[in-house]
Design a binder for this molecule. Structure first.
Ligand code: DAH
Length: 339
């Protein structure tokens, strides 16, 4: 029996030295120490021993069990350690390898200027309004006091979906849509895309952007318009900027004006950018025509309002000193990176 026990010890030790997984370890534990295991079956035979032999063999059996338990535990720890270090080896990061540079995108200069404009007017208490780019002739022209055959239509030729539907040529139709469904006080801006069938050159594109503004309330005057535009021009082009209103005609405002800002390059002295005029035109504006108010269900005897329409491309070109509008649409990363 003594020999049997020693054999068990030897063969268990040998098997333990070759194991590769926790599962194999568990198999060995069951094989030697389990209920039907080899050690247990030896112990079962102890009843046949003499009274002198029994304690000797019993002690030896206990020693073998303790030894095996200990060996199994050690083997387990060794396995865990090996697994962990091989995982660490696999996951090792070589911090000396050059990284991959990620090209971060940026906001487009037009979006930047658009956001600046929005922020300036939000700061003055305006809300942002929106309207459709595919517009009815009624909103784009008719309700703005530009009936069929009116010469103002010629300067804003556009793309027609059908006789009544077109790509809007201006953001002004949003004025009508807003006034139709709300009563004063109204104080909104509408930034958006507009279309005209113009050939592309340094200052023209068939798709461009405007920001429309509209304020209607009791007692709104031309003075309010001028003050508002002054705040706007100084915020976007700098504190020293001046504005100038030139009489003009728009069918939906009366009186109307074209508004210039002092040249952002020379400050008004005259240079190449302002074609030696010292001034650059950036928007159209005026007092909302009583006819337009009436069409929208607002009483012109009680309320008055001002409106303006601003070219975003032109503003961006001034803000960033861009000399050709086409740069804004060519998506050349070398250009776009500069802002
Ligand atoms: N919609 C005009 C244009 O595109 C600009 C304009 C002029 C807008 C006068 C206005 C305004 O709101 O009052 O040429």
């Amino acid at each position: 029996m003594k020999e049997q026990l020693n054999n068990i010890k030897d063969s268990a030790q040998k098997e333990l030295s070759n194991i590769k997984s926790i599962q194999e370890l568990e198999d060995i534990r069951i094989k030697f120490l389990g209920k039907k295991g080899e050690l247990t079956s030896v112990l079962r035979g102890m009843g046949a021993l003499s009274a002198e032999e029994r304690p000797v063999i019993g002690q030896l059996a206990n020693e073998v069990r303790a030894f095996l338990e200990n060996e199994i535990e050690n083997a387990k720890m060794e396995l865990v350690r090996r697994e962990r270090s091989s995982a660490l080896e696999k996951e090792v990061i070589d911090v000396t390898i050059p990284g991959k540079r990620k090209n971060l995108g940026k906001r487009h200069p037009l979006s930047m200027v658009m956001d600046e404009i929005k922020n300036i007017f939000i700061g003055m208490g305006y809300e942002i309004a929106e309207g459709p780019e595919i517009e009815l002739d009624y909103y784009n022209f008719e309700a703005l006091n530009i009936p069929q055959g009116h010469p103002a239509r010629d300067t804003q030729d556009t793309f027609y979906i059908n006789q009544n539907m077109l790509l809007r040529t201006q953001t002004s139709p949003v004025q009508i849509r807003i006034m139709e469904k709300s009563q004063p006080p109204i104080k909104i801006i509408c930034p958006g895309r507009v279309y005209r069938s113009d050939a592309v050159d340094a200052t023209h594109s068939p798709i461009f952007h405007q920001v429309e503004g509209l304020v209607v309330d009791k007692g709104v005057t031309m003075g309010d318009l001028v003050g508002t535009l002054e705040v706007f021009a100084k915020s976007i082009f700098g504190e020293n900027t001046k504005i100038r209103l030139r009489p003009h005609h728009f069918p939906f405002t009366e009186p109307s004006a074209e508004v210039d800002v002092s040249c952002w390059t020379c400050g008004g002295k005259g240079c190449r950018v302002c074609k030696n005029e010292g001034w650059i035109e950036i928007l159209g504006a005026g007092m909302v025509h009583p006819k337009v108010l009436k069409i929208c269900g607002i009483d012109p005897e009680v309320y008055s309002g001002f409106a303006f329409g601003l070219g975003v491309e032109r503003t961006a070109m001034g803000r960033f000193n861009i000399d050709d509008l086409r740069h804004l649409y060519e998506n050349d990363v070398r250009f776009l990176k500069q802002f």
